[in-house]
Design a binder for this molecule. Sequence first.
Ligand code: SF4
Length: 455
Amino acid sequence: MNVSFYTLGCKLNYAETSQLQSIFERDGHSVVPFGQPTDAVIINTCTVTENADKECRQIIRRALRVSPEAFVGVTGCYAQLQPEEIASIEGVDAVFGAKEKFKITSLIHNFRKLDTPHCFVDELDGALDFVEAQSTESDSRTRAFLKLQDGCDYKCSFCTIPLARGKSRAMDFALIPEKIRALEASGYHEVVLSGINLGDYQAPTGETFTDVVRQIDEMQTRLRVRISSIEPNLLTREIIEIIAQSNVFCPSFHIPLQSGSPDVLRQMRRRYKAEYYRDLIETIKDYMPSAGIGADVIVGFPTETDAHFEKTFAMLHELPVSYLHVFSYSERENTPAAELSALTGGVPMHVRAERSKRLRALSAKKKFEFYQSQCGTEHTVIPEQRNPETGLWTGWTENYVRAEFAGAASLVQAPMRVHLRELSGAETVLGDILEDSSLFSRFRASDVSYIPIMM
Ligand code: SF4
């Protein structure tokens, strides 16, 4: 049977779709690109946006236009939370919850269209198994995402992820080195350690995320390693110190702030104070002056007043973060924040949009300033894509600057030293490959004096 897949949402979802594809292939099916004629379509959904159902409907329509007789299965976070709603969408044959996601081929033997949709969705109470997953970005053969952790035990008042993904669980500590070595052997140059609440990694044998970082650092893998998003209260000084002296870990961080207002943070049930976040960012910059730091922010939380928002804006304006991911708050069913919104009426949509616009403009300014500060420095870049018209390659520096530089189509897509020259628009810095790049350290900016690393 031919089967195609479609993924919505985060990198972890992409990693899990890759895992699903391997399971289908192992069971004798052929994976065909989405949009081509197929016998079955599996959609791995997300529930973070309010548009989840709209997107899901659109994808089903697109799939059935090409293959009207295709079996349609829907899984992922939206499927776990709203199975009945999904089952009522025209064209859906089956819905699979979080526990059933990796068992689809044993639950369905005959992928034919059904008269009545089936729901295979169990409750997510109690301990859950950790299911491994890893994936590559579709546009790159250089970077892989390795899932180390799943689920979340926190109770942020706006978030449905703990309901959709269940309790926190993690990959066995002893397995991590072999996973890293396998990615190395497959020819990747970068791995992004991923999870839903990655910093909350707790191995069944007791090791923490600090132990994971130390273990990978000591492996001296030739891969460069990034940490995906990490909660501020879980990014310890010890982790920062390991990364600061490491020639394996990238000095780039993504640390959700969500709000700079102590009142709003409390109502969000976040586990840190605004002052703590400020100190954390300053500590990282003390250790790694050229570190790239991204922050998530939510605008329009039900109790966020103009004064609260101005506090967030002022804090981010001052802090040396390099870019922002701005989210407009959206009410999610069965969350305390949605109840608060129903009670208070919430923040009007046009105010959410206006605040979001202001923070996006601030993000563009932050990125511009960060990129400008990196002009004149040298970095390691892994070439990812080449534009045949301009002859320019693009790739990311270790500290998360998008670099562009001239190079032959035959260029080997391996880490190389690049001198960053000048800004090219708002999103890229133009640079030049250094001829003697092999003489330089692999990962660090030349302006970081405390890192004596050589190949
Ligand atoms: S830490 Fe908070 S925001 Fe993040 S997944 Fe857990 S509950 Fe949601």
